[in-house]
Design a protein around this ligand. Sequence first.
Ligand code: ATP
Length: 243
Amino acid sequence: MSMPALSVRVARKTFGGLVAVNDVSFDVRQGELLGLIGPNGSGKTTLLNLISGALKPSGGEILLGGQPIGGLAAHHIAQKGVARTFQLVRVLPSLDAEQNVMAGAVFGHRRTWGAEARALARELLHRVGLGGREHVPVSAMTYIDQKRIELARALASDPRVLLLDEWLAGLNPTELQVGISLIDELRREGRTIIMVEHVMDAIRTLCDRCVVMSSGVKIAEGRVEDALSEPEVVRAYLGDEDA
Ligand SMILES: Nc1ncnc2c1ncn2[C@@H]1O[C@H](COP(=O)(O)OP(=O)(O)OP(=O)(O)O)[C@@H](O)[C@H]1O
């Protein structure tokens, strides 16, 4: 079997006395779309933060294509090939759409510059549904369009692993269908993606496998329908309106 795209090995993160990520391990295969799910506060975003370098692990190791990346600075991890979107969108508000996406091309994994970066930014803006809006200031765009910008910026670096943190949250039903199709297209072109998501229909439609967390612990892993029917997962979600 080929080397996993990403391996999380006994990853741990504590905040004072709180164990937000409690010795979690799993692999993400090349070209796989892995769902990372669990009730609110179960540690999903913290785990993405450990992978992207936004937070330093308290223990364990994270390997990108077999190379340790755990604890490196976020910009180093980005250059090595991990790109992400954020639960609360982070764009460069004083720049226009095209400049925001170009930033991903210039500072990311596969670096492109000048005209090449601009052409790539235009192509990606078109792809996420923002064709023709290259020069709109991002601060004048809706939240949903800013999310599209973030995705285009992440793709501009041609990442080895793409992390999506609730990218579908807040979309209306029509936008949701468009968003699911877009992620499906990325999956079909062979991108390796970890997707944190509460929209279960999207997880069921899109994901090859999922990892389920509860209170910082991995409580299940496997094919989505199998994992969701495990008694511990059902218990974890009981009373949670997202289940
Ligand atoms: N910087 C921090 N300092 C202290 N505690 C934190 C910090 N970040 C997260 N936590 C705590 O760690 C736990 C896990 O939070 P996390 O945001 O990772 O959960 P989540 O599964 O992503 O939740 P949600 O689905 O609501 O986004 C929570 O109890 C949260 O309050």
